[in-house]
Design a protein around this ligand. Sequence first.
Ligand SMILES: NC(=O)C1=CN([C@@H]2O[C@H](COP(=O)(O)OP(=O)(O)OC[C@H]3O[C@@H](n4cnc5c(N)ncnc54)[C@H](OP(=O)(O)O)[C@@H]3O)[C@@H](O)[C@H]2O)C=CC1
Ligand SMILES: O=C(CO)COP(=O)(O)O
Length: 329
Amino acid sequence: MKKIGVLGAGAWGTALATAAVRAGCDTVLWAREAEVAASINASHENTLFLKGVALPPALRATTDMADLGDCDAILIVSPAQHLRTMSAALAAHVRHGVPFVICSKGIEISSGKLLSDVVTETAPHNPPAVLSGPTFAAEVAQGLPCALTLACTDKAVGMALVEALGAPTFRLYYNEDIIGAQIGGAVKNVLAIATGIVAGLGIGENARAAVITRGLAEIVRFGELFGAQAETLMGLSGLGDLILTCSSTQSRNMSLGKAIGEGQTLESIMASRNSIAEGAHTVEIVYKIAQDNNLDMPITESVYHILKENRDVRSVTEALLARPFTDES
Ligand SMILES: NC(=O)C1=CN([C@@H]2O[C@H](COP(=O)(O)OP(=O)(O)OC[C@H]3O[C@@H](n4cnc5c(N)ncnc54)[C@H](OP(=O)(O)O)[C@@H]3O)[C@@H](O)[C@H]2O)C=CC1
Ligand SMILES: O=C(CO)COP(=O)(O)O
């Protein structure tokens, strides 16, 4: 795998394209907006989504999806709710057998499907893989070290991707569990909003640790429903990403929760940003799936009540704390 296409030139797509160039791949980055492609090609900077980070001159950007036609693998990095449209459009341009590596984190709201199922439906001749882990885009783009899970049910394809994209500062660990690798990344965003709310309310570091740990129990319950392997949920794409995202306001999800906890409205926060906070969307479908399947996910439910039903942050938090005591499973 020598030529890599990256679909989506937001912060993460840009960082991943940079990592692919560093790993020695001929890399083409597709941007939806001409302004983004132009700034990457002319000044080696993504001024809209990753301002201030110098990108490698070898990175080429395009707005023409046909330019990805001869790639050996494609990384899909659109927001999760746009992945269906992106995958279907891409399938018309690339060869059969070229893997579609899902780098977005979320679950399709309209269907309740994992993104790998969305790829299988829209691009049946392109095997899905998943790249997920604790990785803030800006750090990856600067070449700081990180580690991620590369999941693919076909080990030969998965290992070929690891060999092509992996580097000393971009360590990839192969995992066959493509389902588990998607669950942690999707649900941790909701839990990061919860820890952000804790920070915004100023109710302490102990409460944050409690939300992370009981949040992990929610990830495990949710993962079991989909058939995820427990080891995957405890790995980079699960616990690893949960710890990172719930520990830093570099996270868009955590900072969104913090602003909510400080009294701002979801609408005003969204209006002030051009970046995606997936948890604010994912919470809707995680809540629905939990309700439909009788899963106990009280932290997720609380985030849903606050974000989607406009309930009072302090009352919801008090109700969460006042739940009956139970065993630690
Ligand atoms: N940022 C990070 O640190 C990480 C992000 N991720 C995940 O990667 C995914 C993308 O996030 P990120 O790159 O940060 O996004 P950003 O918030 O930086 O940028 C928004 C992205 O969304 C794209 N976009 C906006 N509207 C549409 C649309 N209607 N159709 C298709 N694409 C659209 C933009 O495309 P365009 O450039 O063409 O306008 C751009 O790529 C998310 O699922 C996120 O959870 C995963 C790991 C780390
Ligand atoms: O997924 C991420 C880190 O692994 C990025 O988190 P945010 O989308 O909350 O910024």
